[in-house]
Ligand binder design. Sequence first.
Ligand code: ZN
Length: 414
Amino acid sequence: MPKIYLIDVTNRDGVQTAKLGLSKLEKTMINIYLNEMGVFQSEFGFPTTRHESLYLQANLELAEMGALRPIRLGGWIRAIVGDVETAFKMVPNIRHLNLSISTSIQMIESKFQGRKKRGDITSEMVEAVDAARALGAETIGVNAEDASRTDLDFLIKFGLAAKEHGANRLRYCDTLGYDNPFTIYDTVRALAENVGIAIELHCHGDLGMAVGTSMAGAKGAIDGGQDVYINTTINGIGERAGNADLVAIILAVTKSKGFAEKYRLGGSIKLSKAWKTAKFASYAFGVPIPINQPGVGANAFAHESGIHADGVLKDPRNYELYSFQELGRGEPELVETGTEICTGEYSGISGFSHIMGRMKTAVSFASREEAKEVLELVRYANVESQRPLVEDELLFIAKYPKIAKKLLTLAPLE
Ligand SMILES: [Zn+2]
């Protein structure tokens, strides 16, 4: 039976969201948390973007060292040969890529404005796939941007061409969140049956249905005999109204009525990491988690009205579909209300040593020199993030100073 896998795109769609961004260290932490959660792949960035290249290389080194394993790290580029060549020049070790090109008449006519015709779309895509294979790509996903506004016949031809040239997956992009669960089921099932390739689902929430359409699309792909890879983002952060939320997708696949009996997640997903991961993304993006967010919202397990409170006190299952413990919630959290020492871009050695020595996993340094070296990296991390680093970030820098140095290095205008 084909399975459902998760490809999280927080470090690609999430960071290209208007008004939001992450530092390279924060992006690295997201990859680490996704790996801990058992997510199959992180779309970790843009290999053709100059300021991403050292971050991408550093994360691939972490993968080689085993610190980011088994998660797969995949880059996103346009499906043109020039981008493929640039990607391999700037990030030679990249092995997993998604190549993206618009397929709808709307986009071809109104975005490319006569520069590309429909036939060019397929030929440019297959040339890019060939180039990526030749340069060493191990897996390739081909993205049909605006697939939900593309006619099915063209999508099938596009998908068959991608498959013929060795693509591993076809990403069906509901770029504008236009699909509903009924339409996406039919389309994706037809693609799975007629193209015979694993399907990726990239759904947006413009009509409030990103999780629902992803679920229906997943059913369509599996009923059509293919594995399916759902694109998610942490806390649903993504372009405009956002993407399918990672935690909500895991809950929907595993807890919704009758679904998990036939449609199963591949690999081993650790829902217990959901709370930590969602909280970090919220902090790093500077975007609060809505109180009614599935699983991780402040009200997800809160009850006030008499009948509900009475029912939950008798048995939580009366009014809770799943338990807070499953999401890794329930631990008390300490908030400093008195004197507080924080890390920052102007921190000094005394305050820094104090912070490192007081953490849950306390860190002490062999020498003042060593502490100073780590402090210097922490200062640079703060230059980028402009918010005090969390304990996991400080531990990461202390454990991997060389990697941290690499991903914190930004050198514009070489
Ligand atoms: Zn998107």
